[in-house]
Design a protein around this ligand. Structure first.
Ligand SMILES: [Zn+2]
Ligand SMILES: [Zn+2]
Length: 283
């Protein structure tokens, strides 16, 4: 490689390659291979933990010998760094390899023992050998199953006797709130998800009047896409993504996927429809 002041200067870009604003290029970082202005070099590049050890050359000092020397130094540093990194990985690989080999040897011994004892056709020998087999089974890691968390759920009523005064210990799944959405509905009775961001919300507004809304979850809010004017007692999604609605009358209505109309799906008069459930085999 040959460098000269004139070629190096000629290769220098018009702008600082860091801020891409200043045309006053004063430095070159050999590690980053970037030309820097004075401000970027002193205020950013040399302050950052990742680059404070980098080799910087003042452009006016760039000559063949100087640059070649610095590049050799950086190459050597890189080589040492990569070498140390490889040594670490190499050690891990060696340890795993020797454990694998050991397991392989143990399995081979086990296989031979079994084969020999089976040849003898002696029942007592076969049984006594099988009892020793466990010892030669290589150790393997077992994933730990996370136990249910135990949570203390305090009681709000204070005049009860026994543990009810304080509350009880329950074994419960570890739930946590990951996101909250604001809605104008006070008593949400049922939420039926269409996909990750849209759902039907059934809410209670007193005097047995219910409101059905199709909403979209956006940021922290729910945006009402559609108010559906119908009395709803319960609703369930079918496997086709359509929605069955019980209205407290004799009918079960169907809210189709295109969301345009409701029609009677099935009638049970004189019985009244209340709770709804769709089973796996769609019954
Ligand atoms: Zn700059
Ligand atoms: Zn650098």
């Amino acid at each position: 490689m040959a460098f000269s002041q004139s070629t190096e200067k000629a290769q220098a870009p018009a702008m600082c390659q860091f801020c891409e604003e200043s045309p006053e290029i004063k430095w070159k970082c050999v590690n980053c291979d970037l030309f820097l202005c004075k401000l970027c070099c002193s205020k950013i590049h040399s302050k950052s933990k990742a680059s404070m050890e980098h080799e910087i050359i003042n452009l006016k000092d760039i000559d063949t010998e100087n640059l070649a020397k610095t590049m050799r130094k950086v190459d050597l540093q890189n080589l040492q760094y990569l070498d140390a990194k490889w040594k670490l990985s190499e050690n891990i690989i060696k340890i795993e390899l020797s454990a694998l080999k050991q397991n392989g040897d143990e399995l081979e011994i086990r296989k031979n023992n079994l084969y020999q004892v089976l040849q003898t056709k002696q029942v007592t020998d076969i049984f006594s050998t099988t009892q020793t087999l466990d010892k030669s089974i290589p150790k393997y890691s077992v994933k730990q199953i996370k136990q249910c968390e135990t949570k203390f759920i305090p009681n709000t009523r204070q005049l009860k006797m026994g543990s009810n005064i304080l509350g009880d210990l329950y074994s419960v799944p570890d739930f946590e709130v990951i996101k909250k959405y604001q809605s104008n509905n006070k008593n949400v009775k049922h939420i039926l998800f269409c996909d990750d961001s849209t759902a039907f919300i059934l809410s209670n507004h007193g005097n047995a009047s219910h409101k059905l809304q199709k909403v979209k979850f956006e940021n922290d809010n729910t945006k009402v896409e559609r108010d559906i004017d119908i009395i709803v007692n319960d609703m369930e999604k079918t496997h086709d993504g359509e929605i069955l609605v019980s209205s407290g009358e004799g009918d079960i209505k169907l809210y189709t996927k295109d969301g345009t109309f409701l029609k009677t799906f099935m009638t049970f008069t004189p019985l009244k429809t209340l709770g709804l459930h769709v089973t796996n085999n769609i019954r």
